[in-house]
Design a protein around this ligand. Structure first.
Ligand code: GLA
Length: 464
């Protein structure tokens, strides 16, 4: 391509008059554009769009770690946290990626102090929060804390509304936390807030950005918890790094199935730096069978949810630990190359493949660094044979064969062409497979097309 001369060589001195007019009009237009862009960016950043510089961004991958709520509810103290942190190390959970230890609700006094600060409960946390996070950090782990976008938390401890900057500073600088879970209870009256939910959460994300900028520290990772009430999958990635998609989980299959069903429609929204949070894990808790717990863990991991352990680690069974430490499942959740989640390619077991809260989608697939990942769920209360055509998934090429890795059995199961059938999947059980392209399918497979609809020979003969 030819380069243009910078100046018109015929007018080395003053430019002609029309050029002056054009150039001042241009300058004016550019200035106006600049002002408009600045205003737009203020508007945008004012709605929580302020991302720190690339090397300071946090939460690219889903958070892995521990949260106190499911196992302890309000019954927490410094001993629980310290024991949990050392078990995360000694049980090898840190080695497979669990590196956050998060304090949930009920850690503080019921009232702020005279300066207006939240005060850690001196009975539960006699050494204070800085001492706690120092200890957690000394183990090579990170620490999370909890607050609320309203006047109070869900257990009626102080929330952060109208104290966002003060609290962000306290949590990050004085107490040394790395993550903030931000709940949505006890919100102010409309006449006080005059905002929507986005605005109330932006107050904290702006406070976090301000604190990070002033201190030069990486920002607190912000984990939104408004239970999916106002479609956070549409807006929360501008504000934080994860958003709860659904209500509180319970340690039973009905709750897990309901959460899977709801998330089947919105799992597409997750990607690097923004993750749908299906709630903390119940693996090891309540009524969940081994098969159900495996299905629960697989669905959470493959939908790129944060993976926060929520069971008593001191008495966790070998089965529980074998689920939480399945590195082949975790690798999909923590994929450094593909940030997107799996989605269903075929929905439920009902007529016309409909789904509902007890019978969520059964056949799911997604991309990964190392191939196409499949999750098959048996949502029935009895064993079932599961079968699918490979090209039902958009990530599979027709006319190819694929090597099949079973991510729970940890076995290589040869190659598959056209379809896969798995007999006798246990009730509420899961099959997790990783398929890699292994070249052209063997010659002579009939019919000529795996999808017969509108499959046609070059000479115009339809194949049926
Ligand atoms: C809400 C949240 C839970 C937990 C409790 C604490 O219900 O959804 O995850 O944090 O509050 O009170």
């Amino acid at each position: 391509m030819k380069s243009m001369p910078l100046k018109d060589p015929r007018s080395p001195l003053a430019p002609p008059r029309h050029a002056v007019i054009v150039s001042s009009a241009l300058t004016f237009a550019l200035a106006a554009l600049g002002v408009a862009l600045a205003a737009l960016s203020m508007l945008y950043f004012g709605r929580g769009g302020a991302h720190p510089p690339a090397d300071m961004r946090v939460g690219r991958l889903p958070v892995m770690g521990y949260n106190t709520w499911n196992a302890y509810h309000c019954d927490i103290n410094e001993t629980v946290l310290l024991e949990t942190a050392s078990l995360i190390k000694s049980l090898g959970l840190a080695d497979v990626g669990y590196d956050y230890v998060n304090v949930d609700d009920c850690y503080s006094e019921k009232k702020r102090n005279d300066n207006g600060d939240i005060v850690a409960d001196p009975t539960r946390f006699p050494h204070g929060m800085k001492w706690l996070t120092d200890h957690i950090h000394s183990l090579g782990l990170k620490a999370g804390i909890y607050s609320d976008a309203g006047w109070f938390t869900c257990a009626l401890y102080p929330g952060s509304f109208q104290n966002e900057e003060r609290d962000a500073k306290l949590f990050r600088e004085e107490w040394g936390f790395d993550l903030l879970k931000y709940d949505n209870c006890a919100v102010p009256f409309d006449e006080i807030s005059r905002e929507n939910i986005i605005g109330r959460y932006v107050r904290m994300s702006d406070a976090i950005a301000t604190q990070a900028k002033a201190s030069g520290q990486p920002p607190l990772l912000l984990s939104l918890c408004e239970w999916g009430n106002q479609q956070p999958w549409l807006w929360a990635k501008r504000i934080g790094q994860s958003w709860r998609t659904t209500g509180d989980i319970g340690p039973n299959w009905n709750s897990v199935a309901d959460i899977i069903n709801k998330n089947s429609f919105i799992s597409w929204a997750s990607d690097f730096y923004g993750h749908g949070d299906l709630d903390m894990l119940e693996v090891g808790n309540g009524d969940l069978t081994f098969e159900e717990a495996k299905a629960h863990f697989t669905a959470w991991a493959f939908m790129k949810s944060p993976l926060l352990i929520g069971t008593h680690l001191a008495d966790a069974s070998t089965e529980t630990l074998s689920i939480l430490k399945n590195t082949e499942i975790i690798a999909i959740n923590q994929d450094p190359v593909v940030g997107t989640a799996i989605t269903p390619f075929r929905w439920g077991a009902g007529p016309q493949w409909t789904s509902n809260s007890t019978h969520p989608a059964q056949y799911w697939s997604g991309e990964s660094e190392n191939g196409t990942v499949f999750m098959l769920l048996n949502v029935l209360d009895e064993p079932a044979d599961l079968f699918f055509n490979l090209t039902e998934s958009p990530w599979i090429r027709s006319g190819r064969q694929y090597s099949v890795r079973d991510l729970w059995a940890h076995t290589d199961n040869g190659t598959a062409a056209r379809n896969i059938s798995v007999p006798a999947v246990p009730a509420h059980g899961v099959v997790a497979l990783l398929l890699q392209d292994a070249g052209d399918e063997p010659e002579g497979i009939e019919p000529k097309c795996s999808v017969l609809e509108w499959c046609i020979d070059k000479n115009g003969t339809l194949i049926r």
